[in-house]
Design a protein around this ligand. Sequence first.
Ligand SMILES: Nc1ncnc2c1ncn2[C@@H]1O[C@H](COP(=O)(O)OP(=O)(O)OP(=O)(O)O)[C@@H](O)[C@H]1O
Ligand SMILES: [Mg+2]
Length: 297
Amino acid sequence: MSAMLEIVRLSKHFPVRNGFGRQTGEVRAVDDVSFSIEKGKVYGLAGESGSGKSTIARMIMGLTRPTSGDILLDGRNITGDTGTRAYGRKVQMVFQNPGSSLNPRRTVGQSIAVPLDAHGHPRSDRTRRIVELLEMVQLPAEFASRYPHELSGGQKQRVAIARALAVVPQLIVLDEPTSALDVSVQAKVMDLLVDLGRQLELTFLFISHDLSLMRNFAQQVGVLYLGKIVETGPTATVFENPQHDYTRLLLASVPVISAEEAAMRPVIPLIDGEIPTAEQLLALRNAGGPDSQRIEQ
Ligand SMILES: Nc1ncnc2c1ncn2[C@@H]1O[C@H](COP(=O)(O)OP(=O)(O)OP(=O)(O)O)[C@@H](O)[C@H]1O
Ligand SMILES: [Mg+2]
């Protein structure tokens, strides 16, 4: 097995300035981070807000220049080439908020056509390819003429995925791709990504603070804490036998039941803090019911 992406001692330090623009220190947003992703695999990068996840994604995409360190794609050092067109063909990203990553004035078809045109896809084949990409993400062909405001969050994220797939990339960086979606939609979008990954032999960097999603999706995980990887290894090993205190803490905050299971639990109204009898429940329902309260077991 060879690595599709190799991150070697990558760092990004941002200057901290006072009100007069004078530099008073620096934030080590990413600090000496190394990991690699095998071809066709999913690497999950976990960590709480501010731990440096998006900064790593932005450096891989060429949107932020590293302070030091190297990024190797398929064995080639591409640290200086990120952001070029040749690079964009190989690496694509799906952002957290599908609403803001799609241009509201472009139809779905026009949005998907942008990367096709940028990478010289023949114009005569454009419509066929757009329909094919929509099919891949399980959207009907007529969605090509719709505008983003006519779509649900999950549908918008499918369009963003179709757009990322347009140029047949090798690596897709997913920065919290489902965190803006309802739990039930989250699972569907994740399933779609897994299927597409298998079909198209894609490699994924999957960034999330949701460890329960990672458990089902990633073969390897890395736990980021204040810009450093404090633990990395096969997902099952890290989950079953966490070595670092911070990983244990993150795992402890994952509920035993999944959020999806929680969402499917019945909402039971309480009467004076007590669980009502079946008759009371029926009477309440007929009367419209008081404000319901979810009961945690
Ligand atoms: N352009 C910037 N200038 C200065 N500091 C920055 C900049 N971008 C990020 N940072 C800082 O770097 C650190 C890491 O931020 P980053 O966005 O990578 O975190 P994250 O793990 O993606 O968080 P979240 O889960 O909230 O998305 C934070 O302390 C942030 O304030
Ligand atoms: Mg982020």
